[in-house]
Design a protein around this ligand. Structure first.
Ligand SMILES: [Zn+2]
Ligand SMILES: [Zn+2]
Length: 279
């Protein structure tokens, strides 16, 4: 019931009262993980801005400690938001399968898998056109279009993310696959697209990295950003694409910063107006 108490804080007592009976019935029928997802969707439908604000606060709490101990070993300790957690989990899980006669514990295999991931950072090529970490998100068309009352996106393997997060991940669709829910499945699979490696290489040549002013992050650290999102009919062509590093890409989508093209091919970021949801 802690989940419901938190939801009441987020959506206010009036909205909570209207939905409480339905939610309580569902709580009895579902396991806690499923029910948390249902409540998150309810919050997103009532107040998507509050869910985005909370996701942004959660993102700011991220950290990773790598502490060398007296005995020479290194202790890892950290906290990631839902998206980052899903990326790390999918990369690590893919490498932790036991071999024949493998007597390592699951914890040892997970530790080895993490080191393996770090040992081979060259999964993508230097222009960023190579294969990316695989991330699957389920979202409705309404979520992609930023419609009022749209549910949150759901990460494969658990966790929900606000609509802006889904839009950013879908923006460079080479990063992920968006799958539909229910009757909208057909529409979504047609809508999702990948940026061809040739376009990606041409972008790296033209932009030389993140286009944000003062930013010099190289192409391998960037996403291709649609100036007009494909969910809103923007084409996946050079004139509608620029490279943005991941922190700047996040600022544009989740934090509502404006991006204005400059004559020199760079982009100026302008501070968000309070509580403006980006397109
Ligand atoms: Zn984008
Ligand atoms: Zn940047």
């Amino acid at each position: 019931m802690a989940v419901l108490a938190r939801a009441a804080q987020h959506v206010g007592p009036a909205a909570m009262q209207r939905a409480e009976a339905t939610l309580l019935t569902m709580a009895e029928r579902m396991d806690p993980g499923q029910f948390t997802g249902v409540v998150r969707n309810f919050e997103h439908q009532v107040d998507a801005q509050a869910v985005l604000d909370e996701a942004n606060r959660a993102h700011r709490r991220r950290f990773l400690h790598l502490v060398e101990r007296g005995d020479g070993m290194v202790k890892l300790d950290g906290l990631l938001d839902a998206e980052a957690g899903a990326i790390v989990r999918s990369s690590v899980n893919a490498r932790m399968l036991p071999g024949k006669g493998d007597d390592r514990t699951p914890e040892q295999r997970r530790a080895d898998a993490l080191v393996e991931v770090c040992r081979r950072p060259g999964a993508g090529s230097s222009d960023g056109s190579g294969p990316r970490a695989h991330l699957i998100i389920r979202a409705t068309v309404g979520t992609l279009l930023g419609a009022a009352n749209a549910p949150a996106g759901e990460l494969d393997g658990g966790g929900t993310v606000p609509a802006e997060n889904v839009l950013r991940i879908a923006c460079d669709a080479a990063l992920t696959r968006i799958t539909g829910k229910g009757e909208l499945e057909g529409e979504i699979s047609r809508a999702s697209r990948t940026i061809p490696p040739t376009t990606r290489r041409a972008l790296a040549e033209r932009d030389h990295g993140c286009v944000a002013e003062q930013c010099h992050r190289p192409p391998a650290w960037t996403d291709a950003h649609h100036l007009k999102h494909w969910a809103h009919g923007g084409p996946t062509t050079m004139s509608n694409l620029v490279l943005l590093c991941r922190p700047h890409h996040r600022m544009v989508h989740e934090e509502g910063w404006g991006l204005h093209s400059l004559a020199n091919g760079r982009g100026a970021l302008t501070k968000p107006r309070p509580h403006s949801r980006s397109a």
